[in-house]
Write a protein that binds this ligand. Sequence first.
Ligand SMILES: Cc1ncc(COP(=O)(O)O)c(C=O)c1O
Length: 471
Amino acid sequence: MNRSSQPSLQTAAEALRGDPRIAQAKQLILDAVAEHAGSLTTVRAANPATAADYEQLLSAAAATRGGPLIWPYLSAGLGNGPYVELADGSVKLDFIGGIGVYGCGHSDPGTITAAIDAAIEDVPMQGNLQQHPPSIRMAERLIELAASDEAPLRHCMLSTSGAMANENALKLAFHKAAPADRILAFDNAFAGRSLALAAITDRPNYRQGLPLTLSVDYLPSLDVNAPERSTRWAVDELRRLLARHPGRYAGFWAELIAGEGGYYPGSHDFFAALCEPIRAAGIPIIFDEVQSFSRTSRPFAFQHFGLEKYADIVTVGKITQVCATLYRESFKPTAPILSQTFTGASSSIAVGLATLDALRDRGCFGDDGWNIRRHRYFAAALTELAAKHPGKIAGPFGEAMMIAFTPGDGSYDHAKRLMDLMFNEGLLGFVCGSNPTRLRFLPPPVITTEAHIDAAIELLDQALAKFELRP
Ligand SMILES: Cc1ncc(COP(=O)(O)O)c(C=O)c1O
């Protein structure tokens, strides 16, 4: 690859970055952060003296956004690994991380260093008229991680949200497959919050009152308890749809592990059985890895499931901080359909690059890498907990560093009640799916240890002791 983004440039900016005063200032800041974060090593109850002020802040948040926050989380601005201090002085064990965003946890020195480097860039935001070499490095890193002979994803467009990365993916697919106008997706799909993505998302209430902008047909997902039957069922349904709408599909949209939909992983055999006829029909294949990137045995879940040869367009987000759409040469648009004022914050790009380094350096990947080993550890502990609290939790479900369980009877009320109990005990996990509704954890892959998992299990145990199985 042409490493055009890494020439040695003789500039004033380069001299500034090399100025020993900058290194010294960064060290001073890191020392101060470490000193103040040092006490945040376990969960702590809120300071009662802050209760009224905290309530006032929550009311202000509800007033400004036009509805209450999803939960009473307002950060204080400091943390330590998976521990985070809230503005009421409480400390929580954060095993959801803004839904999978903080790969290195809270107040991580590498993250702070990268963000300071970005803060002394000339501008805080990058965009189509303002690109800097780290933007190119980020794109090159993602291409390097994704590309193989079988998955020649040669191009990468950065953007500021998973939804925008997915919009760009949709545009590339429609542009190539024009005049095809339908999308194939899965039951339980979640693709984001734009109008087009709300049409793909398999949640009718997420598009209530919204115009339907896309025609989408849904395929059943893999049933891990009946893999052969459910694969046959999905392939039969696919063949029926391909026959009903010949030449009309512009894209096959797949999350390889359904995230918001409830933590349903697929498998190599399941996806390959669907991708073969889809590829034969010339339909672009899009893998939405906004949630799954970095959480399995490989950087990308399509690599984890051995689906390289089917990946035409792949999107990432969340943990990468800046989001991205990767695509094959043959999808290069022939008209100016992709452009954005903002492609990413300078700090997102710097922190994203630092996170990619940290994921590699901490040995997260590999068939027996840290992600897989910690899944085994966490899953075994959840299984024990399920035996200790019969009927209160079922599972675990998910894959590697995406792990979930079903509380009680699988109703939303049970999941919400246990989530609130966990919150009060100091453990952050979040709902996903419906029928059943589950609780999921997305522990920060770079810094979560088995001791942190033990701490999470202890807090969950305490919450389960208070969890009543009433309707
Ligand atoms: C699989 C998937 N795709 C897309 C999105 C949308 O990303 P964003 O919220 O950054 O727009 C999400 C967010 O949860 C997601 O999980």
